[in-house]
Design a protein. Structure first.
Length: 192
């Protein structure tokens, strides 16, 4: 989770910082020791879901940032838009990074080896990150075809592009919420 909170702050800003202070910091061994507790305080259900979504969202966000710059740097387009390549790159890197984040959360908690840990990470994260990316991709399509159509497409070298991507990631957070409720209630994804 140490990497998840700063990445979540990239798109949720001050709200992510508040969530860290309220729900993330309280799970650290140093905080528990300082407050003479053995277990972190109980979180409300919505906070547990929010932490689960932010966990998958971190992999999606990092994958999106890397893929957006790679596609832009390569200059690949179809019919004047890079969107199909962005979707492919974003999703593939989101899966790779999201499953990686989930593996390092699940395997130690459950005492799993590499193979079983990866299998559990895929089960816990692919649905969640797919739901996140669906929301983000829908937002990206609106930006590309409705609000900034050719020849005025926005590109990753523009601050407006990244501001709108933040809104898209928040949209992805919202679309991943129901998937995370289901995954956590079924015990497929760890409650964090």
């Amino acid at each position: 989770m140490e990497a998840v909170w700063p990445v979540t702050a990239l798109y949720f800003g001050p709200l992510a910082i508040w969530a860290y202070w309220r729900f993330g910091r309280t799970t650290s061994p140093a905080w528990l020791k300082q407050n003479e507790l053995e277990q972190p305080p109980e979180k409300p259900g919505w906070a547990t879901i929010a932490v689960g979504v932010s966990h998958c969202g971190a992999g999606c966000t990092l994958g999106d940032i890397l893929a957006e710059f790679a596609v832009f740097g390569l200059g690949v387009t179809i019919a004047g838009t890079a969107l199909p390549y962005e979707y492919i790159g974003d999703y593939l890197l989101a899966v790779l990074l999201g499953v990686g984040f989930q593996y390092f959360a699940i395997a130690p908690m459950r005492g799993l080896g590499v193979r079983d840990g990866l299998r559990a990470a895929v089960k816990a994260d692919v649905l969640s990150l797919t739901a996140f990316e669906v929301g983000l991709f829908a937002w990206m399509a609106l930006m590309t075809f409705v609000f900034y159509p050719a020849p005025h497409h926005l590109h990753p070298n523009s601050p407006v592009y990244w501001f709108l991507m933040q809104i898209g990631m928040i949209t992805g957070f919202a679309t991943a919420w129901p998937a995370n409720i289901w995954l956590i209630r079924r015990g497929i994804k760890e409650s964090m």
